[in-house]
Design a protein around this ligand. Sequence first.
Ligand code: ATP
Ligand code: MG
Length: 545
Amino acid sequence: MEANNFIEEIIVSDLESGKHDSILTRFPPEPNGYLHIGHAKSLSINFGIKEKFNGKCNLRFDDTNPTKEDIEYVDSIKEDIKWLGYVWDQELYASDYFEQMYTCAVQLIKKGLAYVCDLTADEISASRGDLKTPGKESPFRNRTVEENLSFFSDMRDGKYADGEKVLRAKIDMNSPNMNMRDPVIYRILHAFHHRTSNKWCIYPMYDFAHPIEDAIEKITHSICTLEFEDHRPLYDWVVDNCDFNPKPRQIEFARLNIKNTIMSKRFLKSLVDSGFVSGWSDPRMPTLSGMRERGYPAEAIRDFCTRVGVAKANSEVDSQLLDYCVRENLNRNAIRAMAVEEPLLVVIDNFYDGEERTYSAVDNPNDASIGSHNVTITKEIYIEKTDFSDNPPPKYIRLVPGGIVRLKSAFIVRHVSTEYDKNGMPSVIHCNYIEDSQSGGENANMKVQGTIQWVSRKYGVPCELYKYDQLLNDIEDGISDFKLRLNQHSLITIDGAVVEPFVLESSDGTPYQFMRNAYFKKAGYFSGKLRFYRIVELRDKFNKK
Ligand code: ATP
Ligand code: MG
């Protein structure tokens, strides 16, 4: 088996040396928000290993922080993972191990490796010292085992208020690693927990809970982000001193950061709570549910994670790479449709009243197997306002007075005359169609000035377009506070667009390429009106600039 990154190298070597004969990873979200694109990276690594090495991967909810967690988040996390196409082996909850964690803590106390401390949180942090100064030992550090057992049991029994006491590991106040300076491993918190209700009023801290969760489940490789590198000695200390065997191995990788994208759940939650977005699944959000709502294919997100790779050093990925993956996927899969954003009426003068012609249009020029659909052209059609100019700039390749263009999938027309409205703007264009200029016809190869899309006035379906743009403006003028960078134009709504009728046949969620415009997802009906979301533009902005 070939390793594609440093994590896989470790796994290959552990399999070859016989250290493990099967691999078990886990994805351990805290249910305190919706999953975002950064989580997709972690999912891709953990489930990627499962798939590649024929191993297993648990979904474990790290629910040790009851005040911030909620069942709504548990449900959304499961839905998002399924949507990405990953299948977990066991669904587990850290809270199911609370009793075992308590037993581990008692064991540490009995070994003289943990003590109940009465210092306040501020006092503890003040006495911890810093990289240059050793920490100061707590006056409660040398309580006897009996005292500690009794106080800890009283903590569990609810005899103290929040913050009155904590349990600390007794390690080394002089350690060069701050995490080893008698870290707090249990705190008092009288709070309702979404799974254990009011059973517990003491909760384990992450650095104590996480290694125990991994060890209980016999996780072989516990993969986490780089900021936990300095916590690894504590992780190993807990596993060793709680006498777990076999021992899970923590491996750190660089978290995914994307330019102009803030992923922290705290920030995302503030956007939701302030009402700037419509919710966690707003199509502008970097959440997986937002991306699904927007119309990003799950496959494109997985492709993105693979392309980003697994690194040992932090870096920032350009968001254009994600757009590229989405576009590349939709280019292969999305059906082409004609839609007009700002309709301009065109009358085909040499059609008799009621005349119509039907042609076949391929669904996707990249893949004939997807099929085709019919387009029916009528005497009155709409074209895009910007596809006609009576004062054309140089190199303008659309319709101009006297000019000829091809109407996509139909025939060639020649401009005859223009009616103007009272503001002097073109309001109706008159054209004549050119006989036998449909594909395969005698005049099909006539030189035209361009090909433009159109929609029949009679059959076209009115719709609204929701065009999404990035949520945050680029960092300019030194403004880095994200609250000041919110893009007030991140949603532009267009009413009065018209689309070909065949799109009515598909189910909501179907992606289309509106030709020469962008990729759009059929979102469904809202207050009786058909709505599309813009998924991504056809070309990236770099190229346009
Ligand atoms: P946030 O800081 O956004 O709240 P988190 O790290 O607290 O995220 P968790 O629910 O604890 O979120 O994360 C579950 C898993 O996803 C963890 O293993 C975490 O390391 C990983 N993860 C979170 N964000 C990223 C990211 N940006 N890149 C890669 N992995 C991530
Ligand atoms: Mg977290």
